[in-house]
Write a protein that binds this ligand. Structure first.
Ligand code: ADP
Length: 133
């Protein structure tokens, strides 16, 4: 396992991340040590907050292709979701999410990682900046 600090632009803070061969969190750090690895959950669509939804446009052709494929073979790769204090946030998987919405599916399979408010702030800032470029 290796720990390292990622330097970020001024408006973002530095934060620690970890990497390990089995995906397990480190035992010796503070808040992260209380988290468990990602879990796969089937979540109702309306339970997932999508902070960047209004800043991004999906490719309608991709969404249609996904709708056809999901109808045929089901969702093969869950979307990534962050859980902070019992609230679920989705920053990616936008096309899969919209495909589910348009198919009228009530739930979507998610890979849920637990995070802190810090993590949430980082995701929001980082992805908003990426979106600007
Ligand atoms: P998204 O914004 O949802 O990530 P992308 O078009 O960038 O959309 O990527 C589509 C993703 O959906 C790929 O990672 C692909 O592996 C995944 N996927 C999951 N289920 C299916 C499916 N049934 N058919 C096609 N792709 C699927």
């Amino acid at each position: 396992m290796a720990s390292f600090v990622v330097p970020l632009p001024n408006r973002l803070r530095s934060f620690s991340v970890f990497a390990s061969s089995n995906g397990a969190p480190p035992r010796d750090s503070n808040s992260q040590s209380q988290t468990v690895g990602p879990v796969i959950l089937e979540l109702p669509l309306e339970k997932i907050r999508r902070p960047l939804m209004r800043t991004r446009a999906n490719d309608p052709n991709k969404v249609e292709e996904l709708m056809n494929s999901i109808q045929e073979i089901g969702l093969q790769v869950p979307i990534d979701v962050l859980e902070v204090d019992g609230v679920y946030y989705g920053f990616s998987g936008c096309h899969r999410y919209e495909a589910h919405q348009r198919l009228g599916l009530p739930t979507i399979r998610c890979k849920v990682r637990r995070g802190t408010k810090e993590t949430l702030r980082f995701y929001s800032d980082f992805l908003l900046l990426s979106n600007d470029s």
